[in-house]
Design a protein around this ligand. Sequence first.
Ligand code: HAM
Length: 426
Amino acid sequence: MKFKKPRGTSDLFGEKIELWLGIEGILTGVMKRYGYTEIRTPIFETTDLFIRAVGEGTDIVTKEMYTFTDKKGRSLTLRPENTAPVMRAFLENGMHRRGGITRFYYTGPMFRYDRPQAGRYRQFHQIGAEAIGSADPAVDAEIIDLSLALYRALGFTQLDVRINSVGCPICRSGYKKVLLKHLREFENDLCGACSERSIINPLRIFDCKECGEVKKRLPVITEHLCDECASHFGKLRNLLDDVGITYTLDPLLVRGLDYYTKTAFEIVHPGVGAQNALCGGGRYDGLAEDCGGDSLPAVGFSAGMERLIEALPAETAAALHGSTVEVYVVLLDGLLAGRALILARKLREAGLSVTVDFSGRNIKKQFKGASESGALYAAVLGPEEEARGSVTVKDLRTGEQEDVTFDRLGAYFSREREGKLRWPRE
Ligand code: HAM
């Protein structure tokens, strides 16, 4: 084979895609129950959008964007994240004029040229939510509650919510001066990247994996918040306490994107190694203005699908696996293909997923195919069954067999389905 998939990407098929779709179905169900509706934006946007929104000094913009020039010489970038595109779409479509809070969710691929490792890929997928139009800390609390609800719906238990406030441009400018003064003291202890980026945005040092020792000795932003930011953070913490969400205060949490103001949060999972942030988000009250719109407060988060699946509780994975092909028709005589097609259509019309084995191989091999497909039932159709006007249905999990007449088939499986084919948490 001459061609290989690009590094840091994956092909999804078979059981993996089934698991993926099952999870997506559960998660989008939660989003809808919280009043969030779907938005789909282009996979690529003008490069400037990400430079303005994510920030010039960030790793994403300086190192990780897939940027290309189209035939007319325009610079375009495969989206490395989706908050900026959602805000762009919101403003471009005049949604800011309708007032109130607009709640969107999205799922889809994002692209970052990062060093691939477990939990970190070049094409990865996020499910995320953005609530645009309110400065109220209650919406921050709703977003954190929603992000936890996604994981709860999938059976996660041991999660740690880490929260911080990164302030606003007013308190941050004072804090940056204090920070720069301290950073000059540690000039020789900083890594190359941090010495450079501390000039553009000194807060980026908190995002550096190498400068851990220096980070611990620096003053923290929460001690330099202005009254408004401090009050917002206090109200959010009270709300989280009121609704019983436990959290850890993490004054070193700044996140890798520059658009955040006030609340920043991450959900981490202790069992997932170095890339342990399952999801991250926060408030970004300045982004609408940075995109050329009016001032518009907003808050949101995104969860990485790959990390979520890698950390998925085993019992959830087991419950979601293997229910694609519900009925596998074992066809013992090619002359009965027409009958098989009619029966399969009846079952499909009754909502079942059906595969007919037209291979002509022997019964043993067809049964092997049935179990490999993950089917729950085999329906055997041969000359004897045709003569009786029935098929032999075998429950592939229990081995029980039953003769079911052609006209009863649809009703038979509908009844079976009610009891056995439902995902318990739905
Ligand atoms: P982020 O922290 O860059 O935030 O990404 C959110 C999540 O996407 C991470 O917690 C992680 O699970 C996943 N993720 C990020 N990079 C990779 C990668 N290279 N491979 C696999 N998974 C990855 C954002 O993207 C913001 N847009 C979140 C947000 C929404 N803030 C406000 N609204």
